[in-house]
Write a protein that binds this ligand. Structure first.
Ligand code: DX5
Ligand code: ZN
Length: 232
């Protein structure tokens, strides 16, 4: 059963990641502010209209931070490219259910290489679609999109929070990650529904006090305080 501790994964497409100085500073700031992962949105310009970076950027990130690399593949051919992200040093790789031709093989490949395996579902995909997949035991994390994949700073789509409860109903152990449109305000209901990992771009990187914002996203309660004493 996933712990009540909430992990926060800042999404770096919300900064000027092509500027090496900005990227280095941002990575240091989020680590110091209590982030657990860094969320790396790979976009190929085909599965989504925007293009960001590929596995070479993940390779570069690997040497720049000790935070876990939470890689979100928004690409049209995840089955063919997943190996490159494993080699680049990703710690978590989430592939889109809607894009995979053979999702069980792809998830197997991720797990065989001791990488945490994630399946991402877009707003239009019902959790029922991944019910059988959850029963295979190949899914470590379900990444629920709170927005249409392809850009940061969008508004949270109502109804996506209920998907978290639906997935929790289907599987008590799987980790659930919410990605897109998360604010301090809506994070309360997301935690209540059973989310374990919160991704945030705009809310974190536009915050005047990153440490406070990350703490608030984690629920800021006793679990967070306790965890800070047992920081790994
Ligand atoms: C959207 C990405 C999200 C997004 C999160 O396609 O997968 O990770 O960058 O950024 P915010 O929190 O600003 O929606
Ligand atoms: Zn993402």
């Amino acid at each position: 059963m996933p712990t009540k501790l909430i992990r926060v994964s800042p999404s770096i497409i919300a900064i000027d990641y092509n500027n090496d100085e900005v990227l280095t500073t941002a990575l240091e700031n989020i680590e110091r502010a209590g982030a657990n992962f860094v969320h790396v949105d790979v976009m190929d310009g085909k599965f989504v209209k925007n293009k960001t970076f590929d596995h070479k950027f993940v390779d570069k990130l690997r040497d720049k931070t000790s935070l876990l690399l939470d890689v979100h593949l928004m690409v049209e051919n995840p089955d063919e490219v997943v190996e490159k992200y494993i080699k680049a040093g990703a710690d978590i790789i989430s592939v889109h259910f809607e894009a995979c031709k053979n999702i069980t093989e792809t998830l197997k490949k991720i797990k065989e290489n001791n990488v945490v395996s994630g399946v991402a579902i877009s707003p239009r995909t019902s959790p029922l679609k991944i019910k059988d997949l959850l029963e295979t035991g190949l899914v470590d994390v379900v990444l629920v999109m709170g927005v249409k994949p392809g850009a940061y700073g969008q508004k949270f789509i109502p109804g996506m929070a209920e998907k978290i409860a639906e997935i929790r109903e289907m599987d008590k152990k799987v980790f659930i990650e919410i990605d897109g449109g998360v604010t301090i305000k809506n994070s309360k209901i997301l935690r209540k529904m059973g989310v374990n990992i919160i991704v945030s771009g705009k809310t974190i990187f536009e915050s005047k006090n990153m440490k406070k914002t990350i703490k608030q996203l984690k629920g800021g309660g006793i679990f967070t305080k306790l965890a800070s004493y047992f920081k790994n």
